[in-house]
Design a protein around this ligand. Structure first.
Ligand code: NAD
Length: 470
């Protein structure tokens, strides 16, 4: 019998109006029940956040920094329990789960070091004018299932630091670790400052349409992001949308092939490809294409996939049945088009979990679905290119614009190229390096606004200018 998981509303543990099952994607077994919030329970959470807001907003920035530090301490003290729960519901290997939970603690500490300085606009004999940043109010934070804990913390940490109160909603596919984190954090937060609610498909739309939520910070798919934007218009909610990506990786002919192959492999396949900024289209210069392709296929055969709770497992399953079906459909489209697989391509339908083997497609046409669509699973197209102008044009030929990476022996040249790429982050000779201090933004249909860094913190504030006539 699994433990009971509670929502956190007004500082109290609250049961849902109903419950729903949560499944371990490595074996399809039910691992627990999550609370299914009713509309009234969401209203109650919003009311408690609203009531807690004036007190939290009036708490000094320094005091809020201290509390963010205590949050980090609580997360670290419970890393083992949270990591196990995360692996059981999300599927990622323990080491990755530990990285995620530990990284979340670091995120609170890093964010606590950010500042919200006032800008003096005028200081003359006639007038004093200053612009300061004030909190927005009640923030609804909506998180996806690929990195449930850390992506929630990307929202909660700056929202709280800036003086807002929060309603956090994890994905129904991965609610348990977030619920548990919410329970644990109540001991260091005043009641109502951080509320955690879980529920089915209605809960997100109820939040984005809620008249008493002032901002939605959403991470998820572009399709859902559009719906959030539409329903948020009713009360002109502030919005931060971190959406999908189809990130190009560009591999130049001057790389050290042997060194770069493992790096490229993990750039694409870490978390079984379920990373918004995974390398999802890999453009390899024709001079080294064969060597890199052979190296990647060989490396793939050495990597172990399985239940993330088992020692030695490096890749877990796809997280849920819906995503499993999407990835299978994409693989089928490649088969239907007679594309060549360097490795993978066939799913063991008898396996209990949602396992998709590492699948690498050999130089498909640019307009094939495996190139134009975000797989969000372990399926990667390798594409040949011959000159830089051509590869930049092909890399930019997407409605998405989240990230990109360039792999080269000449980083200065790559830095020049980076300015030509239409996306929010360009990594050179690394990928997925994110910190609480650097802006992370989606261009084009990969999002609106910024997370992290000073720019990300400002998204949880309104500007307020005050003038004094002298
Ligand atoms: P999703 O859009 O299906 O769900 C995201 C969250 O939104 C979940 O909590 C879900 O319950 C909720 N939701 C669903 N419908 C809603 C609605 N109408 N209104 C409000 N909320 C609603 O996304 P997902 O499948 O959980 O995540 C995968 C997607 O997220 C991928 O496209 C990936 O690229 C993207 N992603 C982006 C980033 C980023 O930072 N840009 C990070 C991680 C994932």
């Amino acid at each position: 019998m699994s433990r009971t998981y509670f929502m956190s509303i007004g500082g109290k543990n609250v049961k849902g109006a109903g419950t729903f099952d949560v499944v371990n994607p490595a074996n399809g077994l039910v691992i627990g029940q999550a609370p299914d919030a009713s509309k009234e329970q969401l209203d109650e959470a919003v009311k408690s956040a609203r009531e807690a807001f004036p007190g939290w907003a009036a708490t000094s920035l320094d005091k809020r920094r201290v509390i963010l530090g205590k949050i980090a301490d609580v997360i670290e003290a419970n890393i083992d329990e949270l990591k196990r729960l995360l692996t059981t519901e999300q599927g990622k290997p323990y080491a990755e789960a530990e990285w995620e939970v530990g990284g979340s603690a670091l995120w609170f500490r890093g964010t606590a070091a950010l500042d919200l300085p006032e800008t003096v606009n005028e200081d003359t004999e006639e007038r004093y004018s200053v612009t300061r940043r004030v909190p927005i109010g009640v923030v609804g934070a909506i998180a996806p299932w690929n990195f449930p804990i850390i992506l929630a913390c990307w929202k909660v940490a700056p929202a709280l630091l800036a003086g807002n109160t929060v309603i956090l909603k994890p994905s129904p596919f991965t609610p348990l670790s977030t619920l548990r984190m919410g329970e644990l954090l109540q001991e260091v937060l005043p009641p109502g400052v951080l509320n955690v609610v879980t529920g089915g498909d209605n809960l997100g739309p109820w939040m984005s349409a809620h008249p008493d939520i002032d901002k939605i910070s959403f991470t998820g798919s572009t399709a859902t992001g559009r719906k959030v934007m539409e329903s948020a218009s009713a009360n002109l909610k502030r919005l931060t949308l971190e959406l999908g990506g189809n990130d190009p990786a560009i591999v130049l002919p001057d790389v050290d092939v042997e060194k770069v192959v493992p790096e490229l492999f993990w750039a694409a396949f870490r978390n079984s490809g379920q990373i918004c900024v995974a390398a999802k289209r890999m453009y390899i210069h024709e001079d080294i294409y064969e060597a890199v392709a052979k190296g990647m296929a060989g490396y793939a055969k050495r990597v172990s996939m399985g239940d993330g709770s088992q020692q030695g497992v490096e890749l877990g399953p796809v997280q849920n049945a819906l995503q499993f079906d999407r990835v299978k459909d994409l693989m089928q489209s490649a088969k239907d088009a007679d594309l060549q697989f360097l490795v993978g391509g066939d799913i063991d339908e008898d396996a209990a979990g949602y396992f998709v083997p590492v699948t690498i497609v050999d130089n498909p046409p640019d307009d094939s679905r495996v190139v134009t669509e975000e797989a969000f699973g372990p399926v990667l197209p390798l594409l040949r290119f011959s000159d830089l102008d051509e590869v930049i044009r092909r890399a930019n030929d997407s409605d998405y614009g989240l990230g990109a990476s360039i792999w080269t022996g000449n980083p200065e040249k790559a830095a020049e190229m980076s300015a030509l790429l239409q996306c929010g982050t360009v990594w050179i000779n690394e990928i997925q390096h994110v910190t609480p201090f650097a802006a992370f933004a989606g261009h084009k249909q990969s999002g609106i606004g910024v997370e992290n860094g000073h720019d990300g913190l400002l998204e949880y504030t309104n500007a307020q200018t005050m003038t004094i006539k002298r």
